[in-house]
Design a protein around this ligand. Structure first.
Ligand code: LLP
Length: 426
């Protein structure tokens, strides 16, 4: 693709002739073959993103556990399983999915504030690597479940370090007012309690401060607070084998400039080394930064509609496919698949067919488009398909994974029969 200009922040998306392409595959041809809306992912972008973490961890004892909630499609999970990754899961459903994709159970960690007994039993039987426990009540239940199975559950306690990740309030998780984790001040007592339970084996400590973090400072602050606790917990006689530092590193949606993963981890290891923890096993749980800019969503313009105050560009993708704008007022770049030099640009709100005013994908976008044109909604690899719904009985989109000149359909378009299968009319 060296002769074709790539899109800013999207090195595997390039304009070639009259179409955009992902790696070596033209988006207009993919849309003709599979229809729209269509998610298209670059495998190379995922592997490059992973390589940045791997460079940061070179020579260290570390495990990258992909937070599969960001994109849990089997074809995507397989990429990370083949690369040797572990996985961060948050439900029994995710456990079944990731095992189906070929994950090693011992490299799976289980996060989340509301694990059920059934999920605990399922994860213990699978032999997962660690439960990231979020409350004292959960420790007691997990202890009961493990004893009933004659096992010891490997546990970390998730600590809420009370640092501000400086991100959207809905996706910041490490502040005192959040539902996540155990308060910093309670940590030593909670670890003493965990260590005394016969069904548990304390293996580590965990934190996760938020998502779409674009600065290093919240990470460095959280690390210092966690290391203070590691010292206090070990002084209380509870050894910690690993430190799990969660996920959260942001991506470029709109000119955002998060630190590169290797640069961030160079800084974090400098701090770990300085405090004498450089040899400690490190786990991380990145989601968005491994898949976010690997993906885009191709959608067709159905109608353009001039309005009294605004013009609308009505497309066939909607909030059920791309929920982030409706939920977080998130910004996704939207670009035409084929550029039209002859048409003047008009300022549009790009909206979907769902019957809600909140169903918008982009506001005030200057686009030269007509009905029938294709648009690409960028940065759609993370928290789009995995958060898609059937609202308005809309079928969920198809997904294609591109590698070089090859495109593989990793999820066929859902049908209405798929949706009706679980229901019955009395
Ligand atoms: N670990 C835990 C415990 C988490 O809760 C999360 C994300 C991650 C790891 C991965 O974080 P990441 O590296 O992807 O930032 N739907 C929202 C994001 C929600 C994040 C939830 N937790 C969005 O679309 O922005």
């Amino acid at each position: 693709m060296s002769d074709t200009p790539t899109l800013p922040g999207h090195p595997h998306v390039a304009r070639s002739g009259t179409t955009l392409q992902v790696e070596g595959v033209a988006l207009d041809a993919l849309a003709r073959e599979h229809g729209t809306p269509l998610f298209v992912y670059s495998k190379q972008w995922m592997l490059d993103a992973l390589a940045a973490y791997q460079r940061g961890f070179a020579g260290r004892d570390a495990l990258i556990c992909y937070a599969m909630k960001a994109n849990s499609s089997l074809g995507v999970l397989r990429v990370f399983a083949e690369a040797g990754c572990g996985f961060d899961i948050v439900s029994g459903g995710e456990l079944a999915r990731v095992l189906a994709a070929g994950a090693e159970p011992g490299k799976v960690i289980f996060s989340g504030v509301g694990k059920t007994r059934a999920e605990m039993r399922q994860a213990l039987a699978a032999g997962i690597g660690c439960f990231n426990v979020e409350s004292e009540a959960e420790l007691d239940v997990l202890n009961d479940v493990a004893l009933a199975q004659g096992r010891r559950a490997p546990v970390s306690v998730r600590i809420n370090p009370n640092v501000d990740p400086k991100t959207h309030p809905y996706i910041s998780t490490g502040l005192k007012g959040n539902k996540f984790g155990v308060a910093h001040d309670r940590a030593v007592a909670v670890y003493r309690h965990a260590a005394a339970l016969a069904g548990l084996q304390v293996v580590g400590i965990d934190c996760h401060i938020g998502s779409q973090i674009t600065e290093s400072s919240p990470y460095l602050d959280a690390l210092d607070r966690i290391l203070d606790l590691v010292q206090a917990i070990e002084a209380a006689g509870v050894p910690l084998h690993h430190i799990d530092f969660g996920g959260g590193l942001g991506i470029d949606y709109d000119g955002d400039t998060p630190p590169a993963a290797d640069v961030l981890w160079k800084q974090l290891f400098a701090r770990l080394d300085a405090r004498g923890f450089g040899d400690r096993r490190i786990l991380i749980e990145p989601g968005r930064s491994l898949v976010g800019n690997a993906g885009l969503c191709v959608t067709e313009v159905l109608y353009t509609k001039p309005g009294e105050e605004k013009n609308f560009c009505i497309v066939d993708a909607a909030m059920n496919d791309l929920p982030r704008p409706a939920m977080y007022q998130a910004f996704h770049r939207i670009v035409p698949v084929a550029e039209r030099a002859s048409l003047p640009a008009t300022r549009y709100d790009v909206v979907g067919p769902v019957c809600e005013s909140g169903d918008w994908l982009g506001r005030d976008r200057d686009l030269a488009v007509e009905a029938g044109d294709l648009l690409a909604v960028l940065s759609a690899g993370a928290y789009c398909m995995s958060m898609a719904s059937n609202y308005n009985t809309r079928a969920r989109a198809a997904e294609v994974l591109v590698s070089g000149a090859n495109a593989t359909l990793i999820r066929r378009r859902e049908t209405v029969e798929d949706q009706l299968r679980t229901e019955q009319a009395l």
